[in-house]
Design a protein around this ligand. Structure first.
Ligand code: UD1
Length: 418
């Protein structure tokens, strides 16, 4: 059990070097087993989900090690095509090993993935697309068995731009005969990051960042070096914390364009924001204005992952804010906990109405999921007295040394692990 203890009321000031992206690293780790090659990755965050992915790679026969923020993978020795249930349950992204295994071994045996309980989170789009590429898939209780003697390139249309399904198709299609075209593809920066890595690995992939991605042939490559991009959700979280606490924070090493929708609402809330190349400078007086309507949408819309932390930043804002969640049906799990701090939030279906209150009062909260837990920390930083967030490890799945990074900016926060 992790207990995050926060004494609120401190302004945040200083420079924050934003960690590498979890959601960009995980598909790249799955992709690293596509070819019998060695990969060196830089800027990989040290997180529980990354550990889980490295354990899956080792189970499959790869050498996989992390030292600080560098990861080394040798995928020449892949010898297995199944992933045990226990490893699958550790995170949502384990599902993208399905496409990678199909491509490398022609077979994948795994169970439905774990991860945050944000709603139904089906994988029907992944399975339908892999079938269209020629995979035979049987679902037998808790096991999914995929086989493909031969994968054939084809044109696929995704009815919703699912990030995970787009990644799975890109990975599987690297082994298909002929060209695969994905229409209606997700356009998130993490998809472009996966394409960049696949290109280095020798695959002909183009179009990422648009709704049409084309995957073609391959040339032989034996050694790849690659740097993971900065985490736009961690950057958004620190920006929301600084906005709510007041102060002046510089986020370094980021791609400002990747979280411009979040910055847009923080500006609307009254923050000064200056963008210079790969850094964002945010200054806030601490008392924000209500914003909205905010609506989560596939990229380039407002990210669902930043919704809970923006909500937390707005709890003391003057007036009303409205946030609508359109991606996951169960993504307001932080709300009952934030209300325990004294927040005024009303849920109406998929929308939350927030009326700013004058003060929040620290108490004991339970982290419900990764981003919901981060939201509780942001709220705790603005509450009077001590807030304790009890957490079964959700927050450490996505935030590297979060307590230390916030402390460096002046926050009074510590993490006790039991
Ligand atoms: C989602 C986010 C992504 C974020 C990640 C981690 C979106 C569009 N995607 O990606 O930005 O980094 O969570 O929290 O915001 N769906 C189906 N069938 C499928 C797959 C998905 O119905 O086979 C539905 C889901 O139930 C959900 C929506 O599509 O309503 C989003 O799915 P998807 O993009 O696949 O989710 P993740 O890949 O988890």
């Amino acid at each position: 059990m992790d207990i995050w203890r926060i004494r609120g009321g401190h302004r945040l000031t200083g420079v924050c070097f934003v960690q590498g992206s979890k959601n960009a690293s995980l598909p790249i780790l799955a992709a690293s087993m596509l070819a019998p090659a060695e990969t060196e990755l830089q800027n990989v965050p040290q997180l529980k989900d990354i550990d889980a992915a490295l354990r899956i790679l080792r189970h499959l026969g790869c050498e996989a090690e992390q030292r600080e923020n560098e990861v080394y993978i040798d995928a020449r020795g892949v010898s297995r095509c199944f992933i045990p249930h226990k490893l699958m349950l550790e995170m949502r992204s384990s599902v993208i090993f399905m496409g990678a295994l199909l491509a490398r071994c022609g077979e994948a045996r795994l169970s439905p993935p774990g991860g945050c309980q944000l709603g139904k989170r089906p994988i029907d789009l992944h399975l339908a697309a892999l079938r269209q590429l020629g995979a035979q898939i049987e679902e037998d209780g808790d096991e999914i068995l995929c086989r493909a003697g031969r994968l054939r390139g084809t044109e696929l249309l995704l009815p919703f731009p699912s990030v995970g399904a787009t990644e799975n198709i890109m990975l599987a299609a690297t082994a298909a005969e002929g060209e695969t075209v994905i229409r209606g593809a997700a356009r998130e920066p993490e998809i472009t990051a996966l394409q960049d890595y696949l290109v280095k690995l020798g695959f002909a992939v183009s179009g990422a960042g648009t709704e049409r991605i084309v995957i073609g042939g391959r040339r032989r490559v034996e050694h790849i070096e690659h740097r993971v991009l900065a985490d736009r959700i961690v950057a958004s979280t620190v920006a929301c914390a600084a906005a709510a606490c007041g102060g002046s924070v510089e986020l370094r090493g980021v791609e400002p364009e990747h979280f411009s929708t979040v910055l847009h609402f923080l500006k609307q809330a009254g923050c000064d924001i200056i963008i210079k190349n790969r850094s964002v400078w945010l200054r806030s007086g601490g008392r924000l204005y209500g914003v909205g309507p905010v609506r989560t949408e596939p990229y380039p819309g407002f990210p669902t992952d930043a919704q809970p932390v923006l909500m937390a930043a707005l709890l003391k804002a003057r007036g009303r804010s409205v946030i609508t969640e359109t991606i996951f049906e169960n993504r307001f799990r932080q709300v009952p906990e934030l209300k325990r701090l004294g927040a005024d939030i009303t849920l109406r279906g998929q929308s939350a109405e927030i009326w700013g209150v004058d003060s929040l009062h620290g108490t004991v909260l339970n982290a419900t999921d990764l981003r919901g837990g981060a939201a509780m920390i942001v709220a705790g930083l603005t509450a009077e007295g001590e807030t304790q967030v009890f957490d079964e490890g959700h927050i450490r799945r996505g935030y590297e040394r979060f307590d230390a990074r916030l402390r460096a900016l002046g926050a009074d926060i510590c993490l006790d692990q039991y």
